[in-house]
Design a protein around this ligand. Structure first.
Ligand code: F6R
Length: 618
């Protein structure tokens, strides 16, 4: 949700900033801008729309002296919160332009300034002129208001008055080599170079320059000059932050010949799942090895409940986890939307473990739920993909997904890796409680076979694309499933609506009769999750009810199941397996289905309207 890039070093800043913005565009793409320091002036360029528009409007920066001589700069790609996506509301925001010679400072900001109205009134009374509707511009004026000759001090003073969240990067006209960055609740990664530093809101914008990075903690302020970095607290106390290695390859964050990141990430799933489960399955003992949880068998036996919190796709994965924990381990488990958990005063205690699931590790609602659970004395763990992200660091214990960077806004490989690891957690808890070694081995072997089963689903890409052709014309769809396959219906409906803009609703198959059935007709197709297993016969009955009302049905069925095939208008076959494994294979089939429907409808698949990767506002 919004991306920041900033640079201080010996090279020309403009191409580095623009390349960084391209890498971060998945985080927000309604407007973009850069501010560079050159010729004793801050030059600000911004444009509505994609980064490509900004690049066009800047023109031939490679041969322009202003750009050749700029060695410090900041950049931003925006996902609008306060004010529409216009050029005026795009970042960077200048301040101090009331006096001759242009802005005294320029700022880019991720996050939300909650008390911006009060601050704005105060600054307007001081004569400050506002050019945008944004909360971020208020912060730039506030910093400029306090700025005499010490930029870091002015930033710290201003930030102490701010309520809300921020990741910021700021430059000043009279500090030609200095860049100051700070964070509270919105990530800032500082990429280290010999005589240069590249800052970004996430690692994908810096990995082409360096693998060595420092992650700022909340309320850190870093003063950067070329390769020199001083980190202080808001109270100006010097602090040391550890250097981390970023292990994502540059290629992992590129499209690699695929038309869209989403397709690439769908096809990466066998490898991603392999990486998620590697070294974590003990086939001999029929259990899993999850050292990051920091729990021995005695402690697991003492736990009463596993509460899972997350949002969107991560929450859907959590539901599969809930079913598996209860099914394998006979342990109480509940999933809750993270914002709901946070605001409804949940009952949690020391016998509960709360598992926060988040691909990005930055989702504001999930982070707030983590803090609430910690406040209430629960044990809190994270299931996170992005190493060094806020949720990973604040939970302290947990399991990394190792799925590699997920760039497409629509989450795919994160879901299947989350489910794979949740099955491992369920197996571990089950073996500590009631599952025999033999039963454990059987489940462990099935989890181990996931990458290969997913490969077999991917082989059907062309057949699924063909089926998708028949769905382009529809405006509404239902998805139904029961048991383990109910979360798959939820995830399938979420995927198709976010990328193809077809309105889709998921229902527990049994729920259809309690109201939604009124909508069934020829123009309302139903996607039914029909993998063999408990409840499948009943869902087949629901399919009959749909077809009796003329709704065409696409079934996701187990390979070779002729009864299920006969009940549907179209089928996608996935390998025969237990239903908990079919949660992954069927989801992969529905990801491909959504992808092709969206492609055929001409939708901007990697950057759907109104969305952005990583929702860092509540
Ligand atoms: C859907 C999607 C979102 C995210 C949700 C949580 O495709 O990507 O629903 O799953 O915003 O994000 P994370 O997992 O980063 O916390």
């Amino acid at each position: 949700m919004c991306g920041i890039v900033a640079y201080s070093g010996t090279k020309s800043a403009t191409p580095i900033l623009l390349n960084g913005l391209r890498k971060l565009e998945y985080r927000g793409y309604d407007s973009a801008g850069i501010a560079i320091h050159s010729d004793n002036t801050i030059h600000i360029y911004k444009e509505e729309g994609k980064v490509a528009n900004l690049i066009d409007s800047i023109g031939d920066y490679e041969n322009d002296a202003v750009h050749q001589q700029c060695h410090v700069g900041i950049a931003h790609t925006r996902w609008a919160t306060h004010g529409p996506p216009t050029k005026e509301n795009a970042h960077p925001h200048g301040a101090g332009f009331e006096e001759p010679g242009g802005s005294r400072i320029a700022l880019v900001h991720n996050g939300i300034i909650e008390n911006y109205r009060a601050l704005k009134s105060r600054l307007e009374a001081e004569g400050k002129v506002f050019l945008s509707d944004t909360d971020s511009e208020v912060l730039s004026h506030l910093i400029e208001f306090y700025y005499t000759d010490d930029l870091a001090k002015a930033i710290s003073t201003a930030l102490k008055e701010v309520q809300g969240t921020f990741g910021i990067a700021c430059i000043a006209k009279d500090q030609p080599d200095m860049l100051v960055v700070a964070r509270r609740g919105s990530p800032i990664v500082i990429g280290l170079g010999e005589d240069q530093t590249i800052v970004a809101s996430d690692a994908s914008a810096i990995i082409s320059h360096t693998r060595q990075a420092v992650y700022l903690d909340d309320n850190d302020v870093a003063i950067i000059r070329g390769g020199k970095i001083d980190i202080k607290t808001l109270d100006a106390k010097p602090v040391q932050r550890d250097t981390a290695d970023i292990d994502w390859s540059e290629g992992a964050a590129e499209k690699g010949g695929y038309e869209h990141y989403m397709l690439k990430e769908i096809f990466e799933q066998p490898t991603a799942i392999r990486n998620s489960i590697r070294g974590r399955i003990d086939l001999d003992r029929g259990t899993s090895v999850l050292a990051g949880l920091g729990l021995d068998s005695r402690e697991i036996v003492d736990l009463q409940r596993l509460l899972i919190v997350g949002c969107g796709t991560s929450m859907n994965a959590g539901l599969v986890g809930e079913y598996a924990i209860e099914d394998f381990a006979g342990m109480l488990s509940e999933v809750e939307q993270a914002a709901e958990f946070r605001y409804r005063n949940p009952i949690v205690g020391s016998k509960d473990i709360v598992l926060a699931i988040s691909q990005s590790g930055e989702t504001a609602d999930t982070l707030a739920a983590v803090r609430e659970a910690q406040e209430k004395g629960a044990l809190v763990a994270g299931l996170v993909n992005v190493v060094g992200s806020t949720i990973a660091r604040e939970t302290g214990r947990g399991i990394y997904l190792h799925a590699g960077p997920e760039i497409s806004v629509a989450s795919t490989k994160a879901f299947t890796c989350q489910v794979s690891v949740l099955l491992l957690i369920a197996l571990k808890f089950a073996r500590s409680r009631r599952l025999s070694r033999e039963q454990g081995i059987k489940i462990a072997e099935e989890i181990n076979s996931l990458p290969e089963l997913v490969e077999r689903v991917l082989e059907q890409n062309d057949a699924i694309a063909k089926i998708a052709e028949d769905f382009v014309k529809f405006d509404n769809m239902f998805y139904i499933g029961r048991g383990y396959l109910f979360p798959v219906a939820l995830e399938g409906a979420l995927k198709i609506k976010e990328i193809s803009y077809i309105h889709a609703e998921a229902y527990h198959a049994a729920e259809l009769k309690h109201g939604p059935i009124a909508l069934l007709e020829e123009s309302m197709p139903v996607v039914a999750l029909l993998n063999a297993g408990p409840g499948m016969e009943k869902t087949l009955g629901n399919v009959e009810e749909c077809r009796a009302r003329k709704s065409p049905v696409l079934g996701v069925i187990s390979e070779g199941d002729e009864d299920a095939r006969a009940a549907c208008d179209w089928v996608i076959e996935v390998p025969q397996s237990s239903q908990f494994i079919a949660t992954v294979t069927s989801t992969v089939a529905l990801q491909l289905f959504s992808y092709h429907v969206a492609r055929l409808r001409g939708c901007p698949i990697d950057q759907p309207r109104n969305l952005a990767k990583s929702v860092t506002v509540e």
